[in-house]
Design a protein around this ligand. Structure first.
Ligand code: AMP
Ligand code: MG
Length: 503
């Protein structure tokens, strides 16, 4: 280890003041722990826009001091690193103890907008929750978190975000030997459905109660004064509504999370853990990319149902707080959980109205749902690219159907495939083309582009990663310079595409 990198502390002004409520107010919910220093920290990415939001001194963090902090060799002043405890249903099977096996919450800061944000490291070494794992992460999967998280943010989707990635100068052993990296991740909080499950599974109602109070104070402070039973019910409802909104956004973008285990579902409503995630190309509701999702549990079209299932698991943890009488508690929980499909549908419809550019005037729920479903059926029948087709609706709304017809022309059905749908769509009354462009991105993290960038970065060349990241930050831009990022992969590439957890 290079002693210089271990001792070079960042200037005191580099980080704003930490205020670590999780470590302070919830002893027993985590284990105080230190990152394991690495051989040769080197900063690969510093997210300057996010650093600015947090009030961080980006210039001070750009140098070796920043590399030391983000690699875990130097704990910033005021941070109190902890490994958080959580449980989780993984592919439907319950693991009573998961926890931060390769992550540490450094602490919380208040950002420039007054919001409390967690700063955590991922890949920072073994912890008491590591089980068989090495506590480490590889460069590729950590840069993938940067790419997809920043893309989601630019697309307006609630998400955790990468603040930095530091290379460790060490190898990690997966199927092959890969360069190691540590990710610094920012989140509204790291509270998960699985955090509640950890204590509920142990019958520790006192700690579930404490966790509820903490979560409410942090995410739903307007519920803080309510009596506990009402608070628990309203909190469950809030989490469900946030997830309904999130899932509707994912579905509108063709985003497939890939591993919607209950430990990967946040209370805040932010997307978390960009492991085996991928974006749909040609529309097919059954799309699965994850190599370990053999049953298609987390297939594109199953995601809202899985969110519903996960919320039922959260509801179970709250039963003792919902009502003193067990049957009445189940009835309360069921009423909220059963409302989820309706809330999801209520979020889905405006997403699709915006995507199809349907005017406010003449909005008619059943008719609009049928129009959107007919659109999706057409995309599926003709195996048309989900993102490109929606983007082509903007010129079509302005009278130029050529880009949309060209997409269908390339399919078996030929350009006539869209003939019957277009007059129905026009008859409904449309918004301006600009509104359609703002609702339908041109640039998303295309799987082949992500892989190309990560492979180059793993081999030491960050240029393709940086170019892709810059493109993903302008998802609605028509700049022809972004053309190569807007094109789908060849169908044969997509058909064989698999993603991995990167653990
Ligand atoms: P994930 O698939 O990243 O959501 O991780 C699921 C669980 O496995 C969490 O408890 C992680 O902390 C743990 N885990 C994943 N990879 C590793 C690793 N390399 N070393 C230790 N724990 C890990
Ligand atoms: Mg996880």
């Amino acid at each position: 280890m290079n002693p210089e990198t271990v001792t070079s502390a960042p200037p005191a002004c580099a980080f704003p003041r930490f205020d670590n409520t999780y470590a302070r107010e919830l002893p027993g919910f985590s284990v105080p722990w230190q990152p394991v220093p690495v051989a040769a920290p080197r900063l690969l990415v510093l997210n300057e826009p996010l650093a600015a939001e947090l009030g961080l001194d980006a210039a001070a963090l750009r140098g070796p001091a920043g590399a030391a902090v983000f690699a875990g060799n130097q704990v910033p002043e005021g941070a109190e690193p902890v490994a958080q405890a959580y449980a989780g249903h993984q592919f439907g099977g319950f693991s009573p103890q998961l926890g931060d096996g390769r992550a540490l919450l450094l602490g919380e800061v208040i950002d420039r907008a007054g919001r409390r944000r967690d700063i955590a490291l991922k890949g920072s070494g073994r912890t008491p929750f590591s089980r068989g794992g090495d506590g480490r992460a590889a460069v590729g999967p950590m840069l993938r978190e940067v790419l997809v998280g920043e893309a989601m943010h630019a697309l307006g989707v609630p998400t955790t975000r990468a603040l930095a990635v530091a290379a460790t100068g060490e190898w990690v052993l997966r199927d092959e030997r890969l360069p190691g990296a540590v990710l610094a991740r920012v989140a509204a909080s790291h509270l998960r459905v699985g955090t509640f499950q950890f204590f509920a599974a142990r019958g520790d109602t006192a700690r579930v109660r404490q966790l509820l109070a903490y979560a409410v104070a942090r995410h739903d402070p307007d519920l803080a004064a309510l009596p506990e039973d009402q608070q628990a019910r309203r909190f469950l409802e809030r989490v469900a509504r946030r997830q309904a909104a999130l899932l509707a956004q994912w579905m509108g973008l063709g985003f497939i999370h890939g591993v919607m285990n209950t430990d990967n579902m946040t209370i805040s409503g932010e997307t978390i853990d960009y492991g085996p995630c991928a974006f749909m190309e040609a529309y097919d509701p059954g799309t699965v990319f994850s190599s370990i999702d053999h049953q298609g549990r987390y297939a594109y079209a199953n995601q809202p149902a899985i969110a519903h299932w996960n919320l039922a698991r959260l509801a179970e943890t709250l039963l003792p707080l919902l009502h003193a009488d067990a049957d009445a508690a189940v009835a309360e929980a069921t009423a909220v959980v059963d409302a989820f499909p309706g809330w999801y549908q209520a979020e889905w419809l405006p997403v699709w109205r915006a995507k199809l550019g349907l005017a406010e005037d003449g909005a008619q729920d059943q008719g609009d749902i049928r129009l959107a479903e007919a659109w999706l059926r057409l995309l599926q029948e003709h195996a048309v690219d989900f993102t490109q087709a929606a983007r082509a609706l903007a010129p079509a709304a302005a009278g130029d159907e050529a880009p949309l017809r060209a997409l269908f022309a390339a399919s078996d059905g030929g350009p006539a495939g869209i003939d019957a749908w277009l007059p129905r769509w026009r008859a409904r009354g449309l918004r301006e083309a600009a509104a359609l462009r703002a609702a339908n991105p041109r640039v998303i993290p295309r799987n082949h582009r992500v892989e190309e960038a990560l492979a180059a970065a793993t081999a030491g060349d960050l240029a393709p990663f940086e170019a892709l990241l810059a493109a993903l930050r302008r998802p609605f831009d028509d700049d022809p310079a972004l053309d190569r990022y807007a094109e789908p992969a060849p169908a044969a590439v997509t058909a064989a595409y698999q993603t991995f957890c990167g653990t």
